[in-house]
Design a protein around this ligand. Structure first.
Ligand code: SIN
Ligand code: CO
Length: 390
């Protein structure tokens, strides 16, 4: 994996303020414009490469076209010929999850490690000719908008009126009133908290990189937690009513029956450890359509031999989280003894692990090697191409 030039790029990423200051003053609170956030940043892929991704089955992509003030949206995957038929201006192509396909994109996201991985959604990249954009709208999640090639004019507003145009094929604000505008050049970045109205319009050809954060709704979290509880519940006993009394109406659900069942349901218990395990599984779950390619067969011994020299890296599509000694990868949970938990934490944080850290013992006998082997077999991790010094 490409090494990030921490000293130059990361210093400027937040415009000279520390991640700590960013979190306390701006995160989810107010917009922040950072000129030259990513020095020399000209983007990670060309418009043609982006269009190529938008033609792939597993990739989520959209085309948004504005024809004489009317918004149109089309969803990918697209046929290659679609792009040749587009108008000269006023359209944009948006591709989600570019970090799942491009190692450089995953490396870019590592620079945003001051925000927990559990909050990170993905890297979306857009390309637009002059005039292109997705219209005035708001997002319910926060986003860093990093300008790649070309320029984009952002108009933003903290307006309270977030009414959307009814029946539009995408979420367009009915009454957008810009309060600020910023022209972003390559390497400039705009942080927008959730619900800030914004509209970015390409000034000439441009590409924008959106580092987006997920914000599940209370309803979604609750519904998913109930699914988790159902899968992990093990209540004993059967409904019983040895004290049953004769009822006037046989069709009536008696108060006694309701009471007995309420007592049974009260036995459903959960604590913070359940919440943590639920979050690990749920938030590391791959999005729809993501598939992992299993590698060619390799024995545990051969795997360990290679592990000693190569080091490993998580697959670009893998999502890994942990709490305590519990690890979650792509929706699955693993427990690791505290002796090796630190190694696995480092893999989860950095997405890669250099070989020397765990090559001093008989690897094949280690619990750690077994877990890594399993992840390797599932296509969740691969051997690093080359060894990287820490
Ligand atoms: C874009 O890249 O054109 C859209 C990003 C956004 O407005 O959220
Ligand atoms: Co937006």
């Amino acid at each position: 994996m490409k090494k990030i030039r921490k000293n130059t790029q990361q210093k400027n990423l937040l415009g000279g303020i520390t991640p700590h200051q960013f979190l306390s003053e701006y995160w989810q609170k107010k917009p922040l414009l950072i000129r030259g956030a990513s020095l020399d940043f000209m983007g990670l892929l060309s418009a043609d490469e982006l269009a190529g991704l938008a033609c792939e089955e597993q990739v989520q992509s959209r085309l948004v076209i504005n024809r004489q003030g009317k918004w149109q949206a089309e969803h990918g995957p697209f046929d290659e010929t679609r792009f040749a038929k587009l108008p000269k201006r006023d359209w944009t192509l948006l591709v989600q999850g570019v970090n799942h396909h491009l190692p450089e994109a995953a490396t870019l996201l590592q620079q945003f490690n001051f925000i927990p991985h559990a909050r990170l959604d993905d890297l979306m990249v857009s390309y637009a000719p002059d005039g292109g954009g997705v219209g005035p709208h708001f997002d319910s999640y926060g986003v860093f908008l990093l300008q790649g090639q070309g320029k984009r004019l952002w108009r933003i507003s903290e307006q309270a009126d977030l009414t959307l145009i009814e029946g539009a094929p995408l979420r367009i604000l009915k009454n957008f009133k810009a309060e600020q505008e910023y022209l972003l050049a390559p390497g400039d970045m705009l942080y927008l908290p959730p619900k800030i109205a914004h509209w970015g319009v390409a000034v000439g050809e441009c590409m924008t990189y959106s580092i987006g954060f997920r914000a599940p709704s209370a309803q979604e979290l609750a519904a998913q937690f109930l699914v988790y509880l159902e899968e992990n519940l093990n209540l004993q006993g059967l409904y019983a009513d040895p004290d049953l009394k004769l009822q006037k109406h046989p069709a009536k659900i008696s108060k006694q029956m309701v009471g007995r069942v309420a007592n049974m349901l009260n036995k459903i218990k959960w604590d913070k450890a359940d919440v943590a395990n639920f979050l690990g599984s749920y938030l590391s779950e791959p999005k729809d359509g993501i598939v992992f390619d299993a590698p060619a067969k390799m024995s545990l011994n051969d795997f360990c031999k290679r592990l000693k020299t190569n080091g490993i890296a998580l697959d670009l599509k893998s999502q890994t989280l942990f709490h305590d000694v519990y690890f979650f990868i792509n929706g699955e949970q693993f427990e690791m003894s505290s002796e090796y938990a630190e190694t696995l934490k480092s893999l989860a944080d950095q997405r890669q692990l250099a070989a020397p850290k765990f090559c001093d013992k008989n690897l094949a006998s280690l619990e750690l090697a077994h877990v890594l082997y399993r992840w390797y077999q599932d296509g969740y991790l691969q051997f690093s191409q080359h060894q990287e010094a820490d």
